[in-house]
Design a binder for this molecule. Structure first.
Ligand SMILES: [Ca+2]
Ligand SMILES: [Ca+2]
Ligand SMILES: [Ca+2]
Ligand SMILES: [Ca+2]
Length: 465
């Protein structure tokens, strides 16, 4: 079945590129104000159907978890939802919210939006979630090119009242965004989280190439009310960003933290993102608090040792990466600088001093950081020691920064290189020569990451001489 509102005279699909809002002109409106309680705008269970060019609004009186939905997709998948305004008036500018915008429940391979510019939906002002994808049979769904939580211009908030996009209940291997510019979703101005991935077995989902907390240009803040991205409730093995071209999410301008990993989120990868900077990767566009916060979550990776896996985490109002509790969280090869607080903080309690022998348990093992004694130009030669668990291999990473944090520790603006160091029974000395050009007057810092992937805070800064 194809329902195509663009066949109505005077209607036309969007022709604007991704850095502008939608100029779609819509003429057909499904208005739920006079529908019975519990009505949906459209419920599609047959599959392989297309809905395009409609305004669907005011279906806002749910009587259970499957009602009060603008477009409800269940049972058979393969549907396409494109070029609609869901939750707004016909101009895409005023609040006429459904309860849910789009609810994809236990069905697979649906496409919301698309990489054709005419495919972009505006999904805004709904009274719970803009898009929810839920259930273990919800796999392989694609959400691409939409404006979620803004008006049609992409420059003003028209938030969904809960999250912009919620993945829940075991939804697996779904994709939000993509590496094509046209696949970018704008997910901003929502009242709670931009993207919320939650609950056990919600796994293998990929969030790439989106603007989360900015306006449509990626240069101005249009923050989500809570965090840009939240993974919690045991969400496992999801990827935010990636190392391939176009995978970068801009997660900036949000009203709490940039990205949060909470309550047993495990094995998730946060890679290649801009967190606290705008789309240029240079200009500040701060999240209000920390760039990344990890709380009761273990074995996640922020950055990585492969190429282009590091994130830029800068200019945030709090710490760059705060690990409040949990272990085995690797923080590798990132560019972390000019955050208001520390670059990396274990325990969220300012600099945690090294203990002799590093036997202390705790957040990320309270892994001791290296102690640097000098950094000398030419080829950059760094001398120092690491006091940690004997007879273990540690990955030391070295960074250069134009300025040292006020604490005297970190941050780490430019990743210079790494060294594997096997510890002896006492402080273990190292000397490493890095093929990096570093300006005199700048500073070198280091981190240590143990065999369980727990990364330390940053070392003290040493000036380059
Ligand atoms: Ca700082
Ligand atoms: Ca600390
Ligand atoms: Ca320690
Ligand atoms: Ca320790």
């Amino acid at each position: 079945m194809i329902i195509d509102g663009y066949t109505q005279p005077g209607a036309s699909p969007n022709t604007n590129a991704s850095d502008l809002g939608s100029n779609a002109v819509l003429k057909i409106e499904l208005d739920g104000r006079n529908a019975e309680d519990g009505a949906n705008g459209l419920s599609i269970e047959a599959g392989d159907s297309t809905v395009r060019g409609l305004v669907i609004n005011n279906f806002s009186r749910p009587i259970n978890d499957f009602s009060g939905v603008g477009i409800y997709l269940a049972r058979n998948g393969g549907n396409v939802v494109e070029g609609n305004f869901i939750g707004t008036d016909i101009h895409g500018t005023a609040d006429s919210g459904n309860w849910w915008g789009v609810l994809i429940s236990n069905t697979s391979d649906n496409l919301v939006g698309g990489i054709d510019i005419g495919s972009r939906n505006v999904i805004a002002a709904n009274k719970s979630y803009g898009i929810e994808i839920t259930g273990a049979l919800a796999t392989g769904n694609l959400v691409r090119g939409n404006l979620i939580g803004t008006d049609a211009s992409g420059t003003a908030a028209l938030g969904n009242l809960f999250d912009g996009v919620r993945l829940h209940g075991g939804a697996a291997s779904n994709s939000i965004g993509g590496t094509f510019t046209a696949a970018r979703n704008l997910i901003s101005g929502n009242d709670r989280y931009g993207v919320h991935i939650e609950s056990n077995s919600t796994t293998g989902n990929v969030v790439q190439g989106n603007f989360i907390g900015t306006d449509v240009t990626g240069t101005r803040a249009l923050g989500n009310g809570f965090d840009g991205v939240m993974l919690d409730g045991g969400a496992t093995g999801n990827t935010i960003g990636g190392s391939v071209g176009g995978a970068t999410n801009v997660v900036s301008g949000n009203n709490r933290y940039g990205i949060v990993l909470d309550s047993f989120a495990t094995g998730n990868r946060i890679q290649g993102n801009f967190i606290g900077v705008d789309v240029t990767g240079v200009a500040p566009l701060s999240n209000r608090f920390h760039g990344v916060r990890i709380l009761s979550a273990s074995n996640n990776t922020i950055g990585g040792t492969g190429g282009n896996q590091g994130n830029i985490i800068a200019f945030n109002g709090g710490v760059g990466v705060s690990v409040v509790s949990g272990g085995g969280n690797a923080i590798l090869s990132n560019s972390i600088f000019s955050n208001n607080g520390l670059g990396i903080d274990l325990g969220e309690d300012a600099v945690t001093a090294n203990d002799a022998g590093d036997g202390d348990p705790g957040t990320n093992n309270l892994q001791n950081f290296p102690v640097l004694s000098s950094a000398t130009r030419g080829s950059l030669t760094v001398l120092g020691t690491l006091d940690s668990i004997p007879n273990n291999v540690f990955r030391l990473e070295f960074f250069a920064s134009a300025a040292c944090d006020l604490s005297g520790h970190g941050e780490g603006e430019r990743f210079l290189g790494s060294l594997f160091l096997t510890t002896g029974v006492e402080n273990t000395s190292f000397e490493v020569t890095l093929s990096a050009t570093v300006d005199a007057g700048s500073f070198v810092t280091a981190t240590a990451t143990g065999g369980d992937d727990s990364t330390s805070e940053f070392s003290q800064c040493v000036p380059v001489t």
